[in-house]
Design a protein around this ligand. Structure first.
Ligand SMILES: Nc1ncnc2c1ncn2[C@@H]1O[C@H](COP(=O)(O)OP(=O)(O)O)[C@@H](O)[C@H]1O
Ligand SMILES: [Mg+2]
Length: 390
């Protein structure tokens, strides 16, 4: 490799940007992205852009287009709301944003056609509000680690484990945490040995939940009540991910619990739990429409009406789940509470829905931490943590 780096000439080097407000942390709100949850991420960003205290932070809004391009985006909460069922999307603004390339370079660059690169100056912390693959799964976190930039939320491994329902269940079970019966269908397995796959699936009984291993927002998930519907369900899941998880349906209430990283070496904190009640029988489970498009069909009860001992058990399981995958900053742990009071972990989301109306902020609100303070706490946790191995 050629060791001689081209020396920047004064004529072409961009002028160093002076921070707009010296001493005020610069937060890059990053959203959109390549996954099927692009629009949900935009909606979340709208909420965070509105909540960030502009007297305390300088804010840079950066969108990632569905093809993965990073662009300067409008710092306008209304632009990113889901309204009348219309899903927002990051468009290519032609002002492309580049992260620093090395640990001795702090500046974020903007490249526009026909102009010299210009610097935005240093960004102190990135708030990655991305859901799903290529954002919540460790890939983006790896990029931020390479750039030596601080960021909110889970690191590379916890993000990857949290995204992958197969690995997540193995890690949780390895920590003695309760997960329901499941089987995984690896890429190519269905073609190689369909009879063996059918045997494993049939052992789980009915109903089944067939899921892409790495997706979210219920995308690609089918509830199967009749084995005749299994092939279509597998196709739906495999449209999102070649790896599929098939689970036995768990009978129980759907309870969620917010977790926040601990301060100064303390353990993580759990919120009061909330409950998802799907009231409209057209949704046989908490599917994509019920989550985002048919708010009347779902009640988010917060806090959940549960006996004190069950609340304590849910909070304990939530913190232990967070710790089991090595999570940081933020997560929502979703469980089922069975009729006899048993808690079964459904999943951990390392970047839960985060609009002011989402369950995660509502649970913290019910616990005494309103949305703007929650946003602030997440940024502060990220600013306080070192980069690199920790
Ligand atoms: N094993 C199961 N038993 C009963 N309901 C389930 C099961 N798995 C998923 N569901 C239902 O499907 C929804 C979405 O599944 P989930 O695993 O949470 O996927 P996502 O990551 O897309 O949110 C859950 O909120 C719940 O309503
Ligand atoms: Mg879920």
């Amino acid at each position: 490799m050629n060791a001689t780096a081209p020396a920047p000439s004064d004529a072409t080097a961009p002028a160093a940007a002076t921070p707009a407000h010296p001493g005020r942390p610069r937060v890059m709100v990053l959203f959109g992205g390549r996954s099927g949850e692009h629009a949900i991420s935009c909606a979340t960003a709208g909420g965070v852009l509105r909540a960030l205290d502009r007297d305390r932070y300088d804010v840079v809004a950066v969108g990632i287009t569905p093809t993965g391009r990073w662009v300067l985006a409008e710092d306008d909460p209304d632009r990113w709301a889901i309204r009348d069922g219309r899903l927002p999307q990051v468009e290519d603004t032609a002002a492309h944003v580049l992260l620093p390339q090395a640990t001795d370079d702090r500046d974020v660059q903007v490249l526009e056609p026909g102009t010299l690169p210009r610097t935005l100056g240093a960004v102190d912390v990135v708030f990655p509000l991305l859901h799903g693959p290529f954002g919540e799964d460790g890939t983006l976190q790896g990029m931020l680690e390479l750039a030596d930039v601080r960021y909110v939320g889970a690191g590379v491994l916890a993000s990857a484990v949290g995204m992958d329902k197969h690995m997540m269940k193995l890690v949780l079970a390895g920590h003695g945490l309760p997960v329901g019966p499941f089987t995984v269908i690896l890429p190519g397995e269905l073609e190689r040995d369909p009879d063996e796959v059918a045997r494993r699936v049939e052992k789980l009984g009915l109903p089944l939940f067939v899921k892409p291993a790495r997706a979210g927002s219920s995308l690609g998930i089918t509830r199967v009540d009749d084995l005749a519907d299994l092939p279509a369900a597998l196709d739906a899941a495999r449209a999102h991910d070649p790896k599929v998880v098939v689970e036995a349906a768990v009978v129980g209430r759907e309870i969620e619990c917010g977790v926040l990283g601990g301060r100064d070496g303390q353990r993580a904190r759990a919120s009061l739990p909330g409950e998802i009640v799907v009231t409209d029988p057209r949704h046989t489970f908490y599917d994509f429409e019920a989550k985002y498009l048919d708010e009347a069909g779902v009640t988010l009860a917060c806090p959940a009406d549960l006996p004190a001992d069950v609340v304590a058990q849910v909070r304990d399981v939530a913190v232990r789940t967070f710790e089991a995958i090595g999570c940081e900053g933020i997560a929502r742990v979703d469980v089922f509470v069975t009729p006899d009071g048993e808690v079964v972990v459904n999943e951990i989301n390392t970047m839960p829905g985060f609009t002011p109306y989402s369950m995660y902020p509502r649970m913290w609100e019910a616990t005494g931490l309103p949305y703007p303070q929650l946003v602030d706490e997440l940024v502060q946790l990220a600013l306080a943590r070192p980069t690199g191995l920790r």
